[in-house]
Design a protein around this ligand. Structure first.
Ligand code: PEP
Ligand code: MN
Length: 340
């Protein structure tokens, strides 16, 4: 349930009203303060809440029931875009274009440091790299695990780029202490126990869309993290499984404006996993910018032909340089058109 308060409601009136609601009903009240308006979002069992009583209060402008099952992630509860700010100053969702780039897997020190330097020089704002890899085959390279995390931290020290890497088990959360953004991969989007544990920490979570999940299921997974108290969720569209076989997945670009309409969370796009083909990454990156994405996640490898995972979809640093330049140029032009 959403309650919009009248302009001029005092702090004291707000405190009394919230206390009355929480005392009478089994709900918690979230408050969003905007310019000139205050919105209360009721979470919990709102079926018992007497709409007429609420609407009759002096300070209430209007009250409406929310149909969607997600509350904290719902734009109705939080009309402004969420901006995620890292302690190191980088922002996601503030209108800028963030680019997370790096290899699918961290392979060795030389590789990750070289790729980190190259993507930074091209304008990437984050370094990505997998240390724990969710592979379809148990016989494929599974990642360097904790050694991979250490190598990523070393590359961050060398370049200053914050790091993004995937977690596969809640048993590893302590190991991710020094990671800037924790990625939940497509295969774990509905690992609810993992999501609940990530809800208890104070670190941004990059939540990829599941292989065959609807937009609503995806936002509900974000809600799991937020329900635990962690509001720092970034959504990542990475393609879904369809009948099409020409690409690894089908990039659902309409998900970007749809999610941004339904939710206030930032949305980025991963054209690498979405297509599985390096030659498609440039066009799909530009299309994602035009769809209004807050950022891109792109796989970049020093030697894609010999990559231990996802070589076919990885760009060389030179190719990435071209894509990044075009993406930033398009973003500038796009902002000019959209804001005119
Ligand atoms: C990855 O980012 O390397 C990865 C495994 O992604 P996804 O979960 O989208 O398949
Ligand atoms: Mn990959």
């Amino acid at each position: 349930m959403i309650i919009v308060l009248k302009d001029g409601t005092t702090k004291e009136q707000l405190i009394l009203f919230k206390a009355a609601l929480e005392e009478q009903y089994d709900v918690t009240v979230n408050t969003w303060h905007g310019v000139g308006s205050t919105v209360l979002g009721l979470i919990g069992d709102t079926t018992a809440v007497d709409e007429d009583w609420v609407g009759a209060q002096d300070i209430v402008d209007n009250v409406k029931r929310v149909q969607e099952p997600y509350k904290k992630a719902n734009r109705k509860f939080h009309p402004d875009n969420t901006v995620i700010e890292l302690p190191t100053g980088q922002k996601i969702g503030d209108g800028s274009l963030c680019i997370m780039a790096g290899p699918c897997s961290v392979e060795n020190e030389k590789q990750i440091n070289y790729v980190a330097q190259r993507v930074k020089a091209s304008g990437a704002t984050f370094l990505r790299g997998g240390a724990f890899k969710p592979r379809t085959s148990p016989y494929s390279f599974q990642g360097l695990k904790s050694e991979g995390l250490d190598l990523l931290k070393g590359a961050r020290k060398e370049t200053g780029l914050p790091i993004v890497t995937e977690i596969m088990s809640s048993a590893h959360i302590d190991m991710f202490e020094g990671v800037d953004i924790i990625q939940v991969g497509a295969r774990n989007m509905q690992n609810f126990e993992l999501l609940k544990q990530l809800g208890k920490i104070d670190k941004p979570i990059l939540l990829k869309r599941g292989l065959a999940n609807t937009i609503e299921e995806w936002i509900m997974s974000a809600e799991y993290i937020m329900a635990g108290g962690n509001d720092k969720v970034i959504l990542c569209e990475r393609g879904i499984r369809t009948y099409e076989t020409a690409t690894r997945n089908t990039l659902d670009l309409s998900a970007v404006p749809i999610v941004k309409k339904l939710s206030h969370l930032p949305v980025i796009v991963d054209p690498s996993h979405a297509t599985g083909k390096s030659w498609l990454v440039e066009q799909m990156s530009l299309a994602a910018v035009a769809a209004g994405a807050d950022g891109l996640m792109i796989e970049v490898h020093n030697d894609p032909k010999h990559a231990l995972s996802d070589g076919a979809q990885s760009l060389t640093p030179d190719q990435f340089d071209v894509v990044a330049k075009k993406a930033f140029a398009l973003k500038k032009a796009y902002d000019g058109i959209v804001n005119s």
